[in-house]
Design a binder for this molecule. Structure first.
Ligand SMILES: [Zn+2]
Length: 113
């Protein structure tokens, strides 16, 4: 389950911020997980609970934003919104799409206490 490794990475980011900014508790962690990223938000929530146990982010609320996927359609020469990877262009039904947004995962903000 690669979400576990992702959660470990998130925790590393939180620790680095804590060291840099001098806080010791995190109340809310807000993530952006694009609809086209290969990340399962439910697995992420589970992994987050496990990796934060006993640390500075224990019990922190995990908020996950799901920005929509966007792709450039070669046939339409326009940017369209797609719900998932491998979906055809909603305008022309074509499959020559290049993902331009919604495939990233990042920490958007930390609310510290
Ligand atoms: Zn199209």
């Amino acid at each position: 389950m690669h979400e576990m490794a992702l959660c470990q990475g998130i925790l590393d980011i939180i620790r680095e911020r804590a060291a840099a900014d001098g806080f010791s508790r995190v109340a809310v962690v807000r993530l952006s997980v694009g609809a086209l990223s290969h990340v399962d938000p439910h697995a992420l929530e589970f992994g987050f609970d496990v990796v934060t146990r006993g640390g500075l982010a224990e019990g922190a609320a995990l908020l996950i934003d799901r920005p929509r996927g966007q792709a450039f359609c070669m046939a339409c020469s326009t940017t369209v919104t797609i719900p998932a990877r491998g979906e055809p262009c909603p305008d022309c039904g074509g499959h020559q799409l290049m993902v331009v947004a919604g495939d990233e995962m990042r920490v958007v903000e930390l609310e510290v206490s």
